[in-house]
Design a binder for this molecule. Sequence first.
Ligand code: M6R
Length: 606
Amino acid sequence: MCGIIGYTGKEEVKEILLDALESLEYRGYDSAGIAVSDQEAEEIQIFKCAGRVSDLKRVCADEEIHAKCGIGHTRWATHGGVSNVNAHPHQVGRVTVVHNGIIENYKELAAEYRLNGQLKSETDSEVAAAVLNALYNGNPRETIYQAVSRLQGTFALVILFEDFPGRIFSIRNVSPIVATQSEEGCMLASDVTALCRFTNRYFVVPEYCLLELSEDGIALSDMQGKAVEPEYMEVNWGLNSSDKGGYPFYMEKEIMEQPEAIQNTIQNRIVDGMPDFTEDGVPDSLFVNCERVCVVACGTAMHAGLIAQSLVKSILNMHMDVELASEYMYTDPVVDEKTLVIAISQSGETIDTLEALKYARKQGARSLAIINVKGSSIARASEYVLYTDAGPEMAVASTKAYTTQLALIYLIVAKMAQVRGVWKEKQVKEYIAELKRVPSAIEKVLERRKEIHLIAKNILEAKDLFMIGRGLDYSLLLEGSLKLKEVSYIHSEAYASGELKHGPIALITNHTPVVAVVTQTRIMQKEISNIKEVQSRGARVILFIKGELLQSLRQEIEIFTLPNLRDEFMVIPASVALQLMAYYVSSDKGFDVDKPRNLAKVVTVE
Ligand code: M6R
């Protein structure tokens, strides 16, 4: 949470910072600010305000800012409300700071260093700036190490010292910072998205290493002052792949990109029709030697885990836990060296998932991560990683990350069935052949998106909505329901349809739209009965159904027929249809689809 940017180099910094902040805005959009170090004026100027980067642009528009070094921040509020004064950067004495993370002992530090008279904001971040200023002895390195040894919690700190113009210092614990150097200058950021338009090479700043950016280049050193060689990696996202590409919102663009994203994710992992993780360095033994499998994840990624759970149970006849990462270590998990923990995360930075993974590894578990962002914290904390090749996902609502996670899950399940001797080669090949048909099935849904738009128009006024289904349909509806509520603010709940009569059916009236998904042949009749139960109580039903199951239904329901795939794979086209429905409801209501209220894309606080 919170986006950070820093630049020093040959170019005027204002536009660089503002553009980069815009591309980082999905990390938080409560307030934004920049601090620039103007060599001629020998002072650090700060411009900040509550609101979006677009508001900050207005604040800066009339200002003559001529500087080639600066830092910026876009905030997701934790300590202190959304206000101008709580916006970053924070300046105390000769120190100016932007911060991502939480300083847990900020109250104790404020008391110990008698800072209260100096603090203008309610933020923990300003306390960090004030501690740095209190300890400042003219030597940034000594000061920073002394200060961070007192900080408890997580932090990515980016610091300007007034008497070191043109230089940016940074240090981090848990919260990420990446950096790069190009012909134009040196840059750091919370994540690689902000660097993409300059270069596709970057490195992750190691924890508690001091990063210094200046016109001489990048210097990285450990706590003893010993130089550390940055470990550069490459991101294979196109330099402009974080643009909206002509769509009004990233969410629409990202929904439309799913056939290609899935294709990219699976193509190099299928060799001779069989799943193959050789290029990823993931050994087959990982899947043979485990007795227990457990997914740790949050939100949409956790919903992908639920699909994995159903597949593992039905295909491998094996038990699998899916744990909310935020609950994992507080609920006495059963985990040992025979457990394979699979951490799923788009960003690779979700702190709950990271902590759950670390906990499991401490208990001896083996680990595999399914991640979209290369080199992210969870990827580095896991023994093995499979990257989804979804490209940057900018909309807060996750779409292509989810379906590419599912694509990898199908491959993992096939690999497990193969190496554990559950399936013969022929069965694995048939299953993989069906997986390869998924991108074109998605295309078919996308081609008919106008029909889904019409369906969406019918639920614009809904206050409450239910989604019902059984088995895999129920699992995918949990995700469909999350999607709708986060972008449209309609209260939506997914229920296993057989569970309705045990209570929730009391809420069904003729004002309650019910979205039903029917894709699973063996439980179809029961699902239809449940739909009739809600219809008889006045509910207007919108049905997404696998085409070949349609014939036995009366036509008075609003129906969208989904393309036919083997039942296990219907999750993906059905999910895409629900993503489109959520998207159209939100955009028709005039909401900022990509930046729903109160949310942030990357959740780095517990
Ligand atoms: O980056 P991650 O996949 O770890 O993020 C997990 C959740 O925060 C995320 O999926 C969230 O639920 C999305 N907003 C859902 O659209």
